[in-house]
Ligand binder design. Structure first.
Ligand SMILES: Nc1ncnc2c1ncn2[C@@H]1O[C@H](COP(=O)(O)OP(=O)(O)OP(=O)(O)O)[C@@H](O)[C@H]1O
Length: 573
């Protein structure tokens, strides 16, 4: 695509006549660029230039991407080296092979359906079907029936590999793209391992046995609902932890009968500190969205929860679609003899999501661009991300004022009820456009979302991957559009590399931008934006206030004059 075409997509009109010479400049390079474009707008099968290898896969590194198959075809990517071909052969024969490090085994028993790399000692065999899992690990027929009832027919990649690992009571770090079924890959083994509810198990009623941590209340709520689907037909006590629940758990006889707790770190830590929650009987501790839970905001709280979970046989597992190297090191340090599985390419969205970048010059050009976009037919519901709460409120208001139907808003500054209602409307399909902040970026599974718009540039590469991952879930296709302004330009290259890794086309000129430094990347989330997305309304508001003040002043003056006139006429008479 020509550069000025990309610019035009953001609602910017180009007078080709006026900018003839500039257009000529782009077109002059066309033949030469076209050749290059072919090289940069690569499909997953093309060779990745080393300078664009954002995640350093091409270098091979520590053998991170040694065994990767293309989903559905079993054909290995031509980006991989000869080693891969050799390993491919091993894969097809279904054998394990020793890795270079000597004491680790890299599991290459991969079925063509899944692109999974597993690393660790004595890796359990993946399972083809849920029936195979049920038979191998003696799951209850009820659990299997609940799976069928909810249309879980075949395990996804992360489930096929992850469930046996957890059922063999091994610690696990699972990195799998958004929307690939990580929730079930820990819920099913946790419930199968617990075997039966505490209420019906002799001697098991001495405190909660499984704990699942999630970074937001909305996500914890969603996991809770998923867990309840598997719990149908038995008296499992699955608790979504909240302030109110914490007080009911003060009574030991209530607390002891709880099987599974799902909650956010802050609430749990408060309950532990108040003495309302003991975690010494926890046998399974799961961190969902682990990289978020282990970042600076949550780390101390998570460490406190881990420290309070003192059972000697406790199994730990971390899950996420992204796990930056530093956080992965931290996570691995928490696990005992862990197995690490990576589905697809680490930190790379699924090619199911078609991604694009749209230039919008400056912040004030975004609203007209979005309104133009929404004036054309689109596939609701659509998720729009802003960087701050006031901007989410302001944008939702502007869209409504401009006649966009069924606009909703969701951010952490809203009350619990407002947030719950907003999620519920989205689930019922009543919202056509949901404007949200980062709070909706991770884990939330709204099945119908076909499109995500990053109205404000994401705060990091991880934030980008999770935000766009709200679409393209469970094998469905999705579309993600990211607006960028001149202030976002320094960070554009980081996001463009993600597009490239996952097979979305990127304009040649974007790829020629310099790579942002580490320092620069850290500033990505700190771009200053106005609280109100429509400055005209701000001016309008200011004018209105001024006008009102003037009218009031003039009314007061008039009243005073009338009073004075009355006084004068009284004194004259
Ligand atoms: N085996 C399966 N068969 C069919 N659908 C499935 C299966 N496993 C999960 N799903 C569905 O896929 C969707 C995505 O699952 P889930 O929310 O667990 O993804 P995730 O990998 O945790 O995503 P994220 O990284 O965004 O949290 C859900 O709607 C879920 O019901």
């Amino acid at each position: 695509m020509e550069a000025f075409q990309i610019l035009s997509r953001g609602g910017v009109r180009f007078d080709k006549q006026r900018f003839k010479s500039d257009v000529q400049l782009f077109n002059d390079n066309k033949t030469e660029d076209d050749g290059k474009k072919k090289a940069v707008s690569i499909s997953l099968d093309a060779k990745l230039p080393p300078e664009l290898d954002f995640f350093k896969y091409a270098k091979g590194g520590s053998g991170k991407r040694k065994a990767i198959h293309n989903e559905g075809t079993g054909v290995s990517s031509s980006r991989q080296s000869g080693t891969v071909r050799k390993r491919q052969k091993v894969d097809d024969e279904g054998q394990h092979s020793d890795s270079d490090s000597g004491n680790e085994v890299e599991d290459n028993t991969l079925r063509p359906k899944h692109r999974v790399t597993a690393k660790g000692l004595d890796i359990p065999k993946p399972a083809e079907t849920f029936e195979e899992l049920a038979e191998r690990y003696k799951m209850t027929p009820r659990l299997l029936a609940n799976l069928r009832e909810h249309n879980y027919k075949h395990p996804t990649g992360v489930q096929a590999h992850g469930i046996p690992i957890l059922l063999e009571r091994r610690d696990l770090a699972a990195i799998s793209p958004t929307g690939t079924g990580k929730t079930l890959s820990y819920l099913l083994p946790v419930m199968a391992s617990l075997q039966a509810p505490a209420t019906s198990l002799e001697g098991a009623g001495s405190g909660v046995r499984a704990l699942i941590l999630a970074p937001t209340r909305e996500l914890a709520h969603q996991i809770h609902n998923e867990c309840l689907k598997l719990a149908i037909g038995r008296k499992w006590r699955v608790v979504l932890f909240s302030k109110a629940v914490a007080s009911t758990l003060r009574a030991k006889n209530v607390r002891d009968k709880v099987d599974i707790i799902i909650g956010t770190p802050l609430r749990l830590v408060a309950a532990i500190q108040e003495g309302n929650l003991q975690l010494n009987n926890v046998r399974h501790l799961i961190l969902d969205e682990a990289d978020r839970l282990l970042d600076n905001e949550f780390l101390a709280q998570v460490q406190e929860v881990v420290a309070a979970s003192t059972h000697p046989d406790m199994q730990k597992a971390v899950f996420s679609a992204t796990l930056p190297a530093g956080v992965e090191k931290l996570a691995m340090g928490m696990l005992r003899n862990p197995i690490r599985i990576v589905v697809g390419l680490k930190d790379t969205p699924l090619p199911l999501i078609s991604q694009s970048l749209t230039y919008v010059a400056d912040d004030t050009s975004k609203l007209p661009s979005l309104l133009t976009y929404l004036a054309q037919p689109y596939n609701p519901p659509l998720l729009v991300f802003t960087s701050t709460q006031p901007r989410a409120t302001s944008l939702a208001g502007e869209l409504t004022l401009n006649g966009v139907p069924n606009v909703d808003c969701l951010h952490a500054g809203m009350t619990k009820k407002e947030r719950d209602d907003s999620v519920a409307r989205m689930r019922r399909g009543e919202s056509w456009v949901l404007v949200a902040t980062e709070v909706m970026a991770r884990g939330m599974d709204f099945k119908g979302v076909r499109e995500v718009i990053n109205y404000d540039f994401p705060t990091s590469v991880q934030s980008y991957i999770h935000r766009i991952g709200r679409t393209g879930r469970a094998g469905r296709e999705g579309k993600a559009v990211t607006y960028f302004t001149d202030s976002d330009a320094p960070y554009l290259k980081s996001i463009a590399n993600v597009l490239l890794q996952s097979g979305s086309p990127v304009a040649d000129w974007v790829l020629k931008l310099p790579k942002p430094s580490r320092m620069k990347k850290k500033q990505m989330g700190k771009v200053q934006r106005a609280e109100i997305v429509n400055p005209a309304r701000e001016i309008g508001r200011r004018d209105a206030i001024k006008k009102r003040e003037m009218i009031t002043a003039s009314k007061r003056r008039k009243a005073k004059m009338q009073q004075e006139e009355q006084v004068d006429s009284h004194s004259e008479s």
